[in-house]
Design a protein around this ligand. Sequence first.
Ligand SMILES: C[S@@+](CC[C@H](N)C(=O)[O-])C[C@H]1O[C@@H](n2cnc3c(N)ncnc32)[C@H](O)[C@@H]1O
Length: 447
Amino acid sequence: MTMPEGAEAGPERLVSALVDKGVLTSDWLPAFEAVPRHRFVPDVIWPGRAGMNRQSDRVIRSEEPEVWWRAVYRDAPITTQWDDGAYTGSGTGRIPSSSNSMPTMVFSMLSALDVDDGHRVMETGTGTGWNAALLAHRLGSANVVTVEVDGATARAARTRLTAAGFDPLVVVGDGARGHAPRSPYDRVIATCSTGRIPPAWVAQTRPGGVIVAPWGPVYGGEAVARITVAEDGTAAGRFTGSSAFMRLRAQRTARPHVRDYLKGRPWPADGVKSTTALSPDDVGGWAVMFAIGLQVPGAFPWTESYPDGSYTLWLRDTAVTSWATADYEPDRTAYEVVQSGPRRLWDEVETAYRWWVAHDRPGFDRFGLTVTPPRAPALARHPRPPGAPGHRIGPVPVLVRPVRTRRGRGPRRGCRKTARGGAGAGILGARARAPREAGAVPRPRHP
Ligand SMILES: C[S@@+](CC[C@H](N)C(=O)[O-])C[C@H]1O[C@@H](n2cnc3c(N)ncnc32)[C@H](O)[C@@H]1O
């Protein structure tokens, strides 16, 4: 393809940026050059912005070729499907359900995969087929299996792969089951996130083999786990860096509406009021959300923003038994909290936050993940006791030997609250700041 006139962005500029960042290494450079991203990006896209859970409006290649080209050669994710294909409009849908991942994330994960000649790889999340093509170029098509749950997405990827001269096995199905007929694999990679590493991935990886997969709790915060499979069928390793992928389809969390919690009553309903000295602004970073999510399972945040910039942090449990609100206003030292239900969700979040601070604000690299076979589940070895009794999930990441200490960012500034809005009034995800976005995080567009 020739570059559209006037479009200064292109593969050369992107390759320099990726090399300068140190994410595109010499071993993957030939694949990047031989497998241009534009051959795998569909003609209809919703460009994303790096580090933000936001997409631009739809771009159609034939109508805006230069905008399309610039989006392809920007280091940012590109949403290619909304709501499992149900939304195709000119704006944005509710949940991004397929994408071409951010190049920085693609090559960071390929680097973490550490493939060698002759390795056999299974990928979950074919998406546009770009990652599968990169792997096929490096290892040979016969050594690559890629599984995609969405039939139309898989078919389109297969067509692009064939057109580009690659022939990996594209399987339409649930990647959580892997693909046993071609196992064992030397490497397994997931380009959608998980909250539970599927047992099939471990079972289908040979001892000594490596699984690279984004992992994140329901609450938010996510990082790429790199775990090595042992002879005894367990797998263990550390997190390599933050990520923000769309969830494995079967592991998506339903996020009921606020009204399902209030049960027809106006806020604060039967909520119990208190105040806290902890600013809601201090619990919105991606790393602290990860640490909170490990200790406050089955709960999720949502931020209801007001025109003046102040906001209410809502916390709700997936069991629809409990909710809490914490109001942020700038220049305050005490914040109003309202809690309802058997779980005191703000108290849980606050306890988890204090644990995180007491442990020197560990970043993702301070956590490790051990996965045990389903028949012999091990309790997570948490170094502390916060969280709600009876809500523990496992296995979950635990703190591991420090490599280095990271400090969290200071609080942000906001504005004064003016209203408590209803559906669609806010932005999503507890002001989640995903440092690198590989595909957009699936967050519902309603409270
Ligand atoms: C971020 S995209 C993958 C990007 C892709 N690797 C590429 O190079 O374009 C995530 C993909 O995972 C797929 N997915 C979600 N759940 C899945 C599952 N259970 N099995 C297989 N694929 C799944 C989605 O349909 C989506 O296409």
